[in-house]
Each structure stands twice: as C-alpha cells, then as structure tokens.
Design a protein around this ligand. Sequence first.
Ligand SMILES: *Cc1c(COP(=O)(O)O)cnc(C)c1O
Length: 401
Amino acid sequence: MKASNGKIHRALPGPSIIPDKVLQAMQRPAPNIYGGELENITHSILEEIALLAGTKGRVVLYISNGHGAWEAAISNLFRKGDKVLIISTGVFGSNWGKMADKMGLNTIYLEYGMEDILDFDDLAKIISNDKNHEIKGILTVQSDTASSILTDINKVRHVLDEHNHPALFLVDSIACFGCDEMHMDKWGIDVLLTASQKGLMAPPGLSYLIINDKAEEEAKKITEKSAYWDWGPRLEPSKFYEIYCGTAPTHLLFAQKAALDIIREEGKDNIINRHLILAKTVWKAIEIWQQEGPLNFNVKHEKNRSKAVTTVVAKKFDLKPLKDWVETNTGVELGISLGFDGEDYFNGNSAFRIAHMGHLNPHMILGVISSIEMGLIATNVPFKLGGVENAMTYLAEAINS
Ligand SMILES: *Cc1c(COP(=O)(O)O)cnc(C)c1O
C-alpha cells in the first residue's frame, strides 16, 4: 500500500524548505543589472542581514555557497604563514581549517570529534600561552550541522578578553543564522559568516560576510589577496556592479528579499523563540524514545544543542531501514549522517539528522516526528513509545505560555 503522495517534507539541514512566496518571487524576467530596483533590493538585503546579526558593522555579499564565504574571509584577513586557531566540534570547523591549510596558513586545532563540546580550559591554555600574540585569528563554528553541537560564542569571546588577546574572532553561523541567538557586536565577533540556504530560507548561492571596523582595518593591511574575494571594492563600489564584482545574482536576490520580508514581518525575537520551541518539541520526542533501545541524542545536554538541527544516534545499530521506510512511506526525508563513520556508527547508518530551521510550524514538525515514530514501529527498532505524545503536550503548553 502506498500512502506517501502529497507534499514532500525534506527535513534536511540545508537547503532548507523554501516558502512559496520566495519561489514565486523568482518567476519574473531578468531585470536591469546596472542599478534601479536591483540596487534598492541589494541595500535592503544588506540592512536586514546586519539587523539579524545584531551589528552596526557592514555586510559583504558574495555569489557563492558557504565554502565561498570561508575562503573569502581567509583571503581578506590573513597572509600565508599566519597562525590561526581552528575550533572544531564536528565536521565543519575542521573543513574550514583544511581550506586555511590549502591557502598556506599555519593552522593549529582544538579538535573535539563528533560528540564532545569545546573545553574552555583547553582554549584558555592556548590563548594564555600565546604571549607574543602569534595567533592572528580564531575560526569557530556556532552550530556544527553534522554533530548539532552549539558552541557558546560569548564564552569564547570572554576567554580572549580575559587574556587581552587581539586575534580576530571569526564565527561561521551558516547553519543557525536566524535560528539560534546571535548578538554579533555584544559578543565581540569581528567577522560573521552566513549563507542564504538555511535559516535564511532562500536557494543556495548567496553568502554573507558581516564585518566590524576592526576586520575592515585589518583587511586593509593585507596587500596580496584574491581579486574576486577582495571586499574593498565591494564595500566602496564606484559603479553598482562592483558590489558583485560583475553581474548581480538577480533571481537569488529576488528570492532573498522575499524571504527577508517574511523574516521582518515575523520579527527576530519571535523567530528565535519559535525555533526554540520547535527544537524542544523534537527533543521531547527523543527524550522518551531513548529510554529503551539504542536511540540517543548526539548532544546530551540541552544547552549545547543547536536550535537549527538535531542529530540522533544509535551506536552499532543500523538505522538505514528506518530512514528508508520513513522516506518511502510518509513523504518525509531525513538528513543523512555526516562524519559518523566507522564500525561504531555502522558506517554512517547509525545516525540521522532532523532539521528544524527556517520555514517551519507545529504541524510540519509534528508530521516529522510522528513519521519517525511510525517508522520505529514499522522497522522494529526497540524504543519507548510515547515520544510524539510528550512532544505535543510540551508544544501545546509552550504556545499558550
Ligand atoms: C552548510 C554549512 C556550511 C557550508 O555551506 P555550503 O553552502 O555547503 O558551502 C558551512 N558551515 C556550516 C556550519 C554549515 O552548516
């Protein structure tokens, strides 16, 4: 019996679900790329991104995915041989580090694998031992999309301040921008990275570097850099097209503007609260399921979990039949595991991810967890029944309060 016809729900942590209004905004002919409407749209996008970041700093927009933003940040701020510290609590920090390696930087790592959060004592030790301030930059990820670990960015800043360390503080918030809290200026972030296809609800292809005065000044000292990534001319264009170093990504801008209109209408505070209660709804289900059988949170403590994505693990247990059953029979696609390799993790098949980022409301998130609970029954995974009920009870109360 096939029951899955209807709308497919992709619970993948990027690209996230694109609202109909955003899709429709792209159904139009190509505009003039030399100014006019496109210029207004560009400036309104840059303003909205700065507001969401919580900064008085400026925003540089690139035609690229998140990897492009990684390279742009490095290219503008560092010289070959500069020492940078990479903090990795999953997959994305180390991948950013590998890029820095390729670009000739001298990288050192605080590497925690897939399960462990940053140990702030380790960080304090490295920072306090760096008496000559050889470390020029700290590269950090706010929410690692693979492990779903959330790093306390404010606390990293405190460690740098306690030791009066002048390193540039770079934060990749690509996974959780517009989902987890972000206060760029208050948290002393010098460069914040994000991209269009996750909390920002638009197709992939736009990335953003949000930069403060310190970053702008440091970048001016770097004389040799990639002409395309150089943010100088993009910030001070003599002609409009120089903002893009060429043709503007016209339809992606229409889409991003429409998405930011939705975001502005809802309001930043409500968006952060909605993500919190929808994330907790998922956690309330898992809290019950994990009481029997192999399922578990990858991140044990709630305060270390991202509000954009949750990684579920079942060590040494094959969850592929569950994922396949859910996809074939319910119209829900779950995120594949990333970084959970080897025997312990059944070569990647003992984990999956539930995205709860962006365009999402209670019936969508309840549909996802109910489909998983059905799948657990149908594929004979041992678990404790009652997760969905627990989630519904929580959510009803959270909405009313
Ligand atoms: C998605 C993501 C990236 C990479 O973005 P791409 O668009 O795939 O290049 C980088 N960092 C984090 C934390 C992400 O979630």
